[in-house]
Design a protein. Structure first.
Length: 564
């Protein structure tokens, strides 16, 4: 009955040009938040929408904004900025601008949008703003900078204000900017707050931004249901985590694109350098990288250039002995940190990583919300996904807190299933792994980061003019002594037969020296629905369709994906 009553896009009185763009994007029907919010916003109501991550909130507010601008174009006599969309991070701003670009392919001349979130090209932004684009997307601080400089004026003509990821706006330190920014807006305008949670910050924001709003609090779980998203845990201490990850990747037991979360920025690089020794490529994402590099990393990952992205959790710090720091101390320590971080960066929240099959918590998140936000990077829309968490003994209470929280939403006692992995069967992997992990010293991590900075200097467009005038400096930078990062040993990229678990070895004695395929090339599927993204090594029987067992791994008794 619910499906019969569902309101489709073509029943929402949307412009044909928007409907054609939606058709090109192959969106078959609106998500729950889109079906509920779009009609209310088209009526001109202020709306506070709360829906889980990956539920389609961006399209839920961008479609009505574009429609409103097309309606105003019919009666307006002059070009002006009609909509301001604010988001806490540069990556999210780029993502919103991209969605607007997709939705305006058939009316690009009528509806122009620019993204002003980047702080590096103020002059070009000023020139673009002088043309008065219909939609401006940016972070609160960038929008306020341009308003103060009178590069854009909103007092007369602004029709819509949208604040996306509203629950993060205050935590990113934008409270004062938002309050000041409201003074540059007209007395009457339509406002939208979009958020994954209804926190105290959101309710504070609601009071100062919205007028008599409709609150859409969709009764849906924070994460996708268990038929779509599977949660696994694996008890492992620090020494074993790297070996297990290496074995899972090399035995092709992790399939598809993966995001690996660690606690600190340095651990991002440590894990990247560790995997590089086995010729497993990955890219790094953290708030200490320039915005352009972060956006490039996300773009390359989404386009399939990398199958693995390693991300740091920004709210976490570690004590030197690896112990967990209490939240109060973490906040103090974070304030004292000398390293320059970009407050307009968010990793475990908001960014639309596309087609992510797995989230791997290499370091277990420090609180329930962080787990939910990390897990929300996979199983987006109607896609399947899996979360695998490594859990040490000291992290067990954290996992139990997450388990009890998830159990409320799923109405079941055990949501996070035990992942069966027999470490003794891959002892050879552990032997290789130990040396590779130790090879990534603190100096190697520091030099890898220096190498990254050097590469950025060479690629920086702003410095191109300087290098043209000072070619000796460019030559010196290029000739600079090679940094002693971790040496890649090419033989480690292959897994010889004797290292494989007994169940995976070829029965033909002549195949003893045959090397295994690299984990980066997932086994081809023959028109068969993939049940799970993780296999299991615990004495299962394997059937191989080809001579090389890893090229066509077919695991019986796999952890079920809960097919509907």
């Amino acid at each position: 009955m619910g499906d019969e009553k569902k309101v489709m896009f073509h029943e929402m009185e949307l412009d044909d040009r928007i409907l054609k763009a939606i058709s090109q994007l192959a969106w078959p029907e609106p998500t729950l938040i889109q079906e509920t919010a779009i009609p209310l916003l088209l009526e001109g109501k202020d709306v506070l929408m709360r829906a889980r991550t990956g539920s389609g909130k961006t399209a839920a507010f961008t479609i009505p904004v574009i429609q409103k601008i097309l309606n105003l174009k019919n009666t307006s006599t002059h070009q002006c900025i009609r909509a301001l969309i604010l988001s806490p991070s540069k990556e999210l701003c780029g993502q919103i601008a991209s969605v607007i670009g997709d939705l305006t392919t058939k009316c690009a001349r009528e509806v122009k949008c620019i993204d002003i979130s980047s702080s590096g090209d103020t002059q070009s932004q000023t020139a673009l703003l002088s043309d008065k684009p219909d939609i401006v997307v940016g972070t609160p601080s960038r929008a306020l900078t341009h308003l103060k400089a009178k590069h854009m004026k909103l007092k007369e003509d602004l029709a819509v204000l949208v604040v996306d990821e509203a629950d993060l706006v205050f935590s990113f330190g934008y409270e004062e900017e938002i309050k000041e920014l409201l003074g540059y807006l007209p007395k009457i305008y339509q406002a939208v707050l979009a958020s994954a949670t209804l926190s105290e910050d959101v309710l504070s924001l609601k009071k100062i931004v919205l007028r008599n709003p409709v609150t859409l609090k969709l009764e849906e779980p924070e994460l996708a249901p268990s038929t779509q998203l599977q949660h696994y845990h694996l008890f492992a201490e620090e020494d074993d985590k790297a070996a297990i990850l290496y074995a899972l990747l090399k035995l092709n037991l992790i399939r598809g694109k993966s995001i690996i979360f660690v606690r600190t920025v340095d651990r991002c690089y440590k894990l990247k350098l560790y995997l590089e020794q086995f010729k497993i490529g990955s890219c790094v994402l953290n708030s200490e990288l320039p915005a352009a590099v972060r956006c490039l990393s996300v773009d390359q990952f989404n386009r399939g250039r990398y199958q693995i992205i390693i991300a740091s959790d920004e709210m976490a710090l570690e004590t030197p002995d690896g112990g967990l720091v209490p939240i109060e101390e973490r906040k103090k320590k974070k304030q004292k940190s000398k390293r320059k971080k970009d407050k307009e960066s968010g990793v475990s929240r908001g960014i639309d990583f596309q087609h992510v099959s797995n989230v791997i918590n290499f370091d277990f998140p420090l609180d329930v919300n962080s787990y939910v936000h990390r897990a929300g990077r996979t199983a987006r829309g109607n896609n399947q996904g899996s979360v695998l968490s490594f859990v040490s003994i000291r992290e067990k209470p954290l996992m139990e807190a997450v388990e009890s929280h998830l159990a409320k939403g799923f109405k079941t006692k055990q949501v996070i299933q035990k992942y069966e992995f027999a470490l003794e069967e891959v002892e050879g992997f552990r032997y290789r792994s130990r040396d590779a992990w130790r090879a990534v010293t603190r100096i190697a991590v520091r030099e890898a980061r220096l190498k990254e900075i050097k590469q950025e200097l060479l690629n920086c467009k702003k410095l191109q003019g300087y290098f043209e005038e000072n070619p000796t400096d460019l030559a010196a930078l290029r000739r600079d002594k090679a940094l002693h990062t971790v040496k890649v040993q090419h033989h480690l990229a292959h897994v010889p037969e004797y290292l494989l678990p007994a169940a995976l070895r070829s029965e033909d004695p002549g195949d003893d020296d045959q090397d295994a395929v690299e984990a980066q090339a997932p086994a081809p599927q023959k028109k068969r629905k993939q049940n799970a993204n993780f296999g299991s090594t615990k004495r299962h029987k394997y059937q191989a369709r080809q001579n090389d067992p890893l090229k066509s791994l077919n695991v019986k008794n796999k952890i079920p994906a809960g097919d509907t």
